[in-house]
Design a protein around this ligand. Structure first.
Ligand code: PEP
Ligand code: MG
Length: 558
């Protein structure tokens, strides 16, 4: 029995067998010149890759029901057609035989050109085909480079996944019915995969590089996602203790449900609204079971990271409408897509970004892809006809970007108006405050916003220069750092002077231990993983606002 300790990322206990998942990184694609005598052999490899890929797609199709699995069925059928598309194959052939480009490079370049052209078109259908082409090229190049694919979507028995790192898109794709727990070498509490684990209620321990050296396939593990403990080959006594802890944990959660319908009010009468963060639309059902006052953050980008979820405006409008209709008359803040950073849109995102967290992320990506952005804004507006939907823009650095985002919103309103499509003309629009420059100019920004929501995960990352996904520097993340607290305080003060509410929607907002401090800084709302709401509510009901203010005052000047 060996005990390891990592970063606690998602509370809960699990006992199960280790499933070692090594994601095989996409290497740089080789680029070299092929002489006329070698070209035919390369083309034969291409033909083999096409027919093997087609056989795999066909067998996936054979296992689906055209009615029940319609989205996946349609997507795979399109993939199959594309693999045999004569135009695509002719262009690849021309690059190989005509220009002497090696086959992997030829496939990749032709696909990239097609993707780029389709993405720039104003047609939603064509943009979706761009995703399919990129996917197909990915599959072909992997096969040509003999990169074997293992998919967590194919899990068929209960396991604890042990892995180096998991991209959020992979976490979304895994078969959650069979993932009892996750142990990851990389990552920190605020990395997006950790956020997803909490949303899915999967116990997880991250930032544990020893896991890969110590754990072998099939070994029994017990994990405690609340303390970060991972035990390899636990003995009988340890297993008994973990099973008991599982029962106690379930009972404690049960007891907290008594707080569902009471308000989060301090002992001296200050009420804080507690809202839920959502990553996928299906979470809406559970959100209100925890007593949420609304949805403070719907991370819409996960919609696009989910395999088979199209980005078409109509589909998005339908999803947002379903969400708001299920919100019991409460408000839902939809954040426009925050792709980039660690949330890479498979295939469509430029792979070559050296510093993705400082790169083309969030509104920067949206501004670079105005048609995608506008399709999302129109979809949000259309859903706003059905309830209190609010829109929020991520990674706003200052008032110019807010003006630009609002400009697109106005354009979309005009387009809908001209077509006679209903929407709420007074839909509230707010900014995330997650870049220090936004907090420092919050007084100017506030004049353009209906609300602020502080993204403490990124605000911490960008203020203290700590990559939020890097376990080697995660020990530096300090939510009590005066620089961080001062930026929050500045934002709250600016928001209140402009009469707009200020929320926190980063992970600190769901940490009961930080509640007195955040309340003392004057925030109006906290938004968090829904399961945290009862814990945070309990913490708020136990304190006095005046004590919280004194604590905040002290720490601001520490
Ligand atoms: C944040 O940065 O705190 C936030 C809520 O956004 P995300 O975690 O999705 O970057
Ligand atoms: Mg953020």
């Amino acid at each position: 029995m060996t005990t390891l300790r990592g970063i606690p990322a998602s509370a809960g206990f699990a006992i199960g067998q280790a499933f070692m998942y090594y994601d095989i990184e996409f290497p740089p694609i080789p680029h070299y010149t092929v002489g006329p005598s070698d070209a035919p052999a390369q083309w034969r490899r291409m033909e083999e890759a096409v027919s093997a890929s087609a056989a795999k797609v066909q067998s996936q199709i054979d296992h689906l029901s055209p009615d029940k699995d319609k989205v996946q069925f349609d997507m795979l059928t399109v993939h199959l057609l594309m693999l045999h598309d004569p135009d695509f194959l002719d262009q690849v052939k021309e690059r190989l035989f005509g220009h002497g480009e090696n086959i992997e490079w030829a496939v990749w370049s032709v696909a990239q050109t097609m993707v780029q052209r389709l993405m720039e078109s104003g047609d939603a259908y064509l943009r979706e085909r761009a995703v399919d082409i990129a996917d197909m090229a990915d599959t072909l190049v992997r096969r040509l480079l003999s990169i074997e694919e293992v998919s967590l979507a194919d899990l068929s028995e209960e396991v604890i996944v042990v892995t180096n790192d998991l991209m959020p898109s992979q976490a979304l794709a895994m078969n959650r019915d069979f993932v009892k727990g996750i142990v990851m070498a990389a990552g920190s509490y605020t990395s997006h995969t950790a956020i997803l684990c909490r949303a899915f209620g999967i116990p997880a321990v991250v930032g544990l590089p020893e896991a890969l050296k110590t754990i072998e396939k099939g070994e029994v593990l017990s994990i405690d996602g609340g303390s970060g403990e991972v035990v390899v080959n636990p003995g009988v006594e340890k297993k008994k203790a973990v099973r008991l802890a599982m029962k106690v944990y379930a009972r404690e959660r049960e007891a907290l449900s008594a707080l569902r319908d009471v308000k989060a009010v301090t002992q001296d009468g200050k009420e804080i609204l507690l809202k839920a963060n959502m990553q996928i639309a299906q979470e809406i059902g559970a959100v209100f079971d925890y007593g949420a006052d609304g949805v403070g953050l719907f991370r819409s980008e996960f919609l696009f990271l989910t395999p088979g979820e199209p980005m078409a405006e109509d589909r998005q409008a339908a999803i947002y409408t379903d969400v708001i209709k299920a919100a019991h008359g409460k408000s839902v803040v939809i954040r426009t897509s925050d792709v980039g950073g660690d949330k890479v849109l498979p295939n469509l995102f430029p792979r070559e970004e050296k510093n993705p967290l400082l790169g083309c992320r969030a509104v920067r990506f949206s501004f670079a892809m105005p048609e995608l952005f506008k399709a999302q804004l129109r979809a949000i507006l259309r859903a706003s006809a059905h309830g209190d939907i609010r829109v929020m823009f991520p990674m706003i650095s200052g008032v110019d970007e807010m003006n630009k985002a609002l400009g697109y919103l106005e354009e979309c309103k005009a387009e809908l108006r001209s077509k006679g499509i209903a929407f709420n003309d007074h839909m509230k629009a707010g900014s995330m405050i997650e870049i220090p420059s936004a907090a420092l100019t919050a007084d100017i920004l506030a004049k353009k916003c209906d609300f602020f929501s502080i993204g403490t995960n990124d605000l911490m990352q960008y203020t203290l220069a700590i990559d939020r996904g890097n376990e080697r520097v995660s020990y530096l993340a300090d939510p009590r750092h005066p620089a961080f607290l001062r930026l929050i305080k500045m934002t709250v003060t600016a928001g209140h002077e402009a009469n707009i509410p200020v929320s926190i929607c980063g992970e600190t907002g769901g940490d009961p231990a930080l509640v007195p401090l955040l309340v003392g800084l004057g925030v109006d709302e906290l938004s968090m993983a829904a399961a945290q709401i009862p814990l945070v509510k309990k913490a708020i009901r136990e304190v006095r606002f005046c004590d919280c203010e004194a604590l905040a005052e002290e720490l601001l000047c520490r």
